[in-house]
Design a protein around this ligand. Structure first.
Ligand SMILES: [Mg+2]
Length: 259
């Protein structure tokens, strides 16, 4: 019981600090954001997602005011996110596998080769469900059915079949109207810890923002590093703070940065 009371108090204190941005010392905190569903509203197709003017401006302002202790940790390729922001914001892509400054993955060619034979059949399948999307991530692939909700069972079956063909070095990552197949390896929590081990993140308290199951390792890593987890949207992710979605996050950032 005592542990629960303590945890409740900690959560209350964190919630107060979070709501009162004035007491959130920007010299002592580092900020980690997922992209889709967190900074930007999710769109039927990943290529249709855009970042609002206000949140883009405020991420850059937050980065300036924390001396650069702001990073994006996304499931997408880094190259897809960079144009939305600014070269000054570090991005870890592919759930942390694609980390800035990492040496090239020696197994990359093999991984890409393993995915290729699956693409024609999946492309044909997706074409029969208008609104469904096959996303080729190079080192993985994702089936999206937000634009074709009735195809969910078919897409999940196709993802599971693909996984069975690829073998043990691959895993299935489920998200909101998406099934992704990616290599076993680093996750978003590993990426957060990697950022935290280097300047300007080191010696700060991380605050991580995410909206989906693939963000769980990142939210957990932030809490385990003495920081805070902020969950967005309807999924009941374990977190210290819950926000309704990207719009509330944008509003919070704007009000606090102008306070
Ligand atoms: Mg997301």
């Amino acid at each position: 019981m005592r542990c629960c009371v303590r945890r409740w108090k900690r959560t209350e204190i964190l919630r107060d600090i979070f709501k009162d941005f004035g007491s959130l010392d920007l010299d002592q905190h580092a900020f980690f954001f997922d992209f889709d569903g967190t900074l930007a509203e999710i769109a039927p197709r990943p290529q249709d997602v855009s970042l609002g003017f206000g949140i883009r401006r405020d991420i850059l302002r937050l980065s300036e005011r924390t001396n650069g202790a702001v990073a994006i940790i996304t499931g997408r390729n880094r190259d897809e996110i960079t144009p939305h922001l600014d070269a000054t914001i570090p991005i870890a892509g592919l759930h942390g596998v694609d980390f800035p400054g990492n040496a090239a993955d020696p197994d990359l060619a093999e991984k890409v080769a393993a995915i290729r034979p699956l693409l024609p059949a999946l492309t044909d399948l997706v074409a029969t469900y208008p609104g469904a999307v096959l996303e080729d991530k190079g080192q993985g692939l994702a089936l999206h059915w937000r634009g074709a909700p009735s195809s969910e069972a078919v897409m999940l079956a196709a993802a599971n079949q693909s996984l069975a063909l690829l073998g043990a070095n691959w895993r299935l990552q489920l998200g909101k109207s998406v099934a992704e197949i990616r290599p076993v390896g680093d996750d978003k929590g590993v990426a957060l810890r990697r950022f935290m081990a280097q300047p300007p993140f080191a010696d700060r308290r991380p605050i991580a923002f995410g909206d989906d199951l693939n963000d769980l390792p990142m939210l957990e890593a932030a809490r385990e590093s003495g920081g805070m987890a902020v969950a967005l949207g309807e999924r009941d992710l374990p977190a210290d703070i819950h926000l309704s979605g990207p719009a509330e996050l944008a509003d919070w950032l704007e009000r606090r940065l102008e306070a």
